[in-house]
Design a protein around this ligand. Sequence first.
Ligand code: ADP
Ligand code: ZN
Length: 437
Amino acid sequence: MSYSPYFNPELETMPRKELEALQLERLKSTVKRCLNTKFYQDKFAELGITADDIQTLDDVKKLPFTTKDDLRANYPFGLSTVPMNECVRLHSSSGTTGNPTVVLHTQKDLDEWANAVARCLWMVGSRPEDVFQNSAGYGMFTAGLGFQYGAEKVGMLTVPAAAGNTKRQIKFIKDFGTTVVHAIPSYASRIYEVMKEEGVDPARDTKLRVLCIGAEPHSEEQRKRIEHDLHVKAYNSYGISEMMGPGVAFECQEQNGLHIWEDYFIVEIIDPQTLEPVPDGQIGELVLTTINREGMPLLRYRTRDLTAIMSGECACGRTHRRIQRLQGRSDDMIILKGVNIFPIQIEKILLKFKELSSDYLITLDTDNGGDFMTVDVEISQLFTDDYSRLTQLTKEITRQLKDEILVTPKVRLVPKGSLKASDEGKAVRVKDLRKKF
Ligand code: ADP
Ligand code: ZN
């Protein structure tokens, strides 16, 4: 059967002018809706603005920012703009960085969320003939139900396998002929490790074709390794609970940046210090305004995620702009001896070495000489225990890391399985034990 390359051709390829007109109309009604809450009433009063100040898309810059702390201060229902009897679902973020935050959805919000995820899944080539397996936790974590409803909307047969129990996960993949999987990147690597242990060859024994990987930062090198190991095409999926969850931005088959759905969001990239916009192509903090949400719309939400807007049109024909692969959160940045370092820079180097597995842990600590960094990384099962080769390998990794991050870490090769990324939840990559003076 031949299908359109788009799930929703009209919206996905809408000419920019029309898309921007739609954005403005939705922005205006969102602003009015937000003024149902005391929180935004007070913010507008502080800034001396009213809903009438929003006449062009550029006027979004006049609006107040919203932060995670604002959500916490208004926990749980303070930012809802509809009566509670119109809300049908509550989600909370996974709380990786502190207290959870709550997001409320009406039925329309859930339908629109499912449409956004369906668009993404269709974009990477999923069709009703596919079998979709989701290895994300079902429950408060938005990637469970978020992907579930989106995949059903595409019309795929869905396998809500949920998190953990990797052997069973692999059995499902084989028995049900799963073709499309969603997994967080650290768990995708885990699936491959267990397949190896079980003697399962993904190319020979499964029908896997497409993998959606997201929810945590990962490098291009990690994507390539996962694609090679699992014999799939892997696509980057960006989601954040405060915006809904998965479906916010996703790579298309060009694998060159993530389209962000601009009929749902107004996208800004700002300098996190000055809060001023940065030019396209320059890395800054992603700020999103929801313009297609009823239950709990948010104005200029500071995601703390670092990325850049990519300029130029995409060959896939979608008119929604793209953002670069996410670098990590502004608060993931390590400052060591005055140098700014992102864990993803370290991962990029480690994964160049075939001898290493993809599990690693960065520890920051203090001794008499001051602060220092240790990088523990697992060696892959198939590798040698020849001492001089290991020493040489350690030296080479250290040298390449120093070139990338400008400080010299202590590198330790540890046996396979000793860092054991958990079966569930996001991988912990950094431990900070430094003494703060
Ligand atoms: P928490 O903030 O508690 O982790 P969420 O489940 O809402 O809760 O996680 C959203 C965050 O996960 C994003 O703000 C971002 O930091 C990270 N994230 C999600 N998708 C990606 C991705 N594709 N690449 C990098 N980071 C991602
Ligand atoms: Zn594209």
